[in-house]
Design a protein around this ligand. Structure first.
Ligand SMILES: [Ca+2]
Length: 222
């Protein structure tokens, strides 16, 4: 790290501040040390393989002009009563994003198998990407959101379609390590339990029981 040194003569990188027995590290500049980047996408699109469909859903994409205002230009729809779409997520809340329109019927939406909320998706004109359901303040953790086609419709609606555009996950944890699909997060914040130097202010990384994976890390520095 040019321009910043703690005078340590060994092979440890300069980031290992306050090494045992050494003079405390004194910054000589105004560097910002970026520890890690992690892109968190709260959207589970209807085309994601995280959404599990049961029944006779049709999946539309950008090849259809009427998907132009949908998220990711995709939506999945059915009008068969009893058809369902569900997704597991890690967080403390969820929103359901659907288009509304004159052909849209009534959906039942539930979280964790709880009481279903009936949501009327009718609108006189098509309005894409509408937030039609939101449930917040759940315990931070793993949950399931489910959308069910009822076959019912508003008397003004011309059909009973339910079209799903996306789920949006809410979370109070910006570093949700147990989010589905995330198996290991590595960053510069590593404990060195067997070494006499290192950054002792950060907690150890904790992995769930039975975890198994392979990771490669390249340590840089002189
Ligand atoms: Ca979509």
């Amino acid at each position: 790290m040019p321009g910043v040194t703690d005078g340590y003569a060994g092979s440890a990188p300069d980031q290992g501040a306050y090494e045992s027995g050494q003079t405390p590290w004194v910054p000589s500049g105004t560097y910002a040390l970026v520890d890690a980047f992690r892109v968190v996408d709260p959207v589970i699109d209807d085309a994601s393989d995280r959404v599990v469909y049961a029944g006779e859903w049709t999946h539309a994409d950008a090849s259809q002009s009427w998907t132009q205002d949908d998220l990711d230009r995709t939506e999945s729809f059915s009008r068969k009563a009893g058809d369902t779409a569900h997704a597991d997520f890690w967080g403390n809340g969820v929103r359901v994003i659907c288009p509304k329109g004159p052909t849209q019927g009534i959906a039942e939406i539930s979280v964790d198998g709880g009481a279903a909320t009936r949501v009327d998706l009718y609108a006189a004109a098509k309005n894409a990407a509408q937030k039609v359901f939101e449930l917040a303040n759940l315990p931070e953790g793993r949950h399931t959101v489910s959308v069910r086609v009822t076959g019912d419709r508003n008397t003004a609606a011309s059909d009973t379609f339910v079209s799903l555009d996306a789920f949006e996950v809410l979370s109070a944890d910006p570093f949700a390590a147990q989010e589905p699909g995330v198996r290991l997060i590595t960053s510069a914040r590593i404990n060195y339990p067997d070494l006499g130097w290192g950054n002792y202010t950060d907690p150890a990384i904790t992995l769930a029981a039975n975890f198994s994976a392979t990771t490669r890390m390249r340590l840089l520095g002189s």
